[in-house]
Design a protein around this ligand. Sequence first.
Ligand code: M7G
Length: 311
Amino acid sequence: ASIQVDLKEFVFDRVLDENALAHTLAVLGTLPSPSAPSVPLRAIIRFERTSLSSTVASQLSSGILESTKKIGSTDIYSWFFAWLHKRDDFPDVKIYVICPATDVHVRKYTKQDVLMVHETPALYQSIVKPYIFAFDPARTQWVQDILVGTAEASNILNASSDFLILPDMKWDTTNVSDLYLLAIYTHSDVHCMRDLRKKLHLEMLKNLRRDAWRVVQNKWGIGRGGVRMYIHYQPSYYHFHVHIVHTGHVGLHGMTVGQAHLLDDIIALLELDPDDGSSVLGRMTFTYGLGTEHGLYKPMAAALAEVHDTD
Ligand code: M7G
């Protein structure tokens, strides 16, 4: 289950964000609807430079560079632009398409300022929980497609009754030092980290961690200390999942302090839960950054302004 995309049909509208350091560009435009080509669908295209394999450097002498242009030089230093050969095994950019793109997608990929907020349990109940429950289930259709096996079925690396482990779409699946996997919980009782309970989920999380370690060891020879596993708060998708990422992957996105919570820390916190069913995660105040375009920004900023006024 996936929409057919012809990139040549893309009609450019505007740039949403540009990041020279991360080599990414997000643009908004339209693509023709597959069912009614005269009807344009809103589309987001994200460009990302692919990481360079060591093969590029080791094959310089065999002419892997199609052309080079000297930009400048001083003393022992010189710098160039270079074009890689058009070869199947060396794509220069990675392209992500979201079509039809929702308002939430456009806002997510638009450049924005970030405000640090403190989410108390009370603010979670009054603002965040209703926000999570108001989401259109269509937003996690991709998760359902993976769970029922109509998408990415041949990519599944580990399947248990509680979660599936498969490559995240962020990963090119070749560069091991960029390894990025996703563990998707198969049940729907956990929307976010705050829903986790010792009695219900501790064993499952430990099994998930053990299976992830086993997968990366068996398939890529990566030892236990070689992957960082974390949970986003806030995530983009409120169907519980865990990010499994090579420690060498120094991502600029998704590893921000405040957003990424180590699975090991979450397990340690759940272990502190008393046996009366209450939870430490439910009672904690979480601090994280919210972009001005995030759906929670306005209500959270307003609630916090009130709190600060009475400080
Ligand atoms: P998140 O913490 O909800 O949000 O993680 P983020 O996207 O802001 O990090 C969702 C994760 O699922 C991200 O790492 C995405 O790259 C990944 N992901 C999203 N989609 C739509 C897909 C998909 O269709 N297939 C796969 N394999 N991964 C996806």
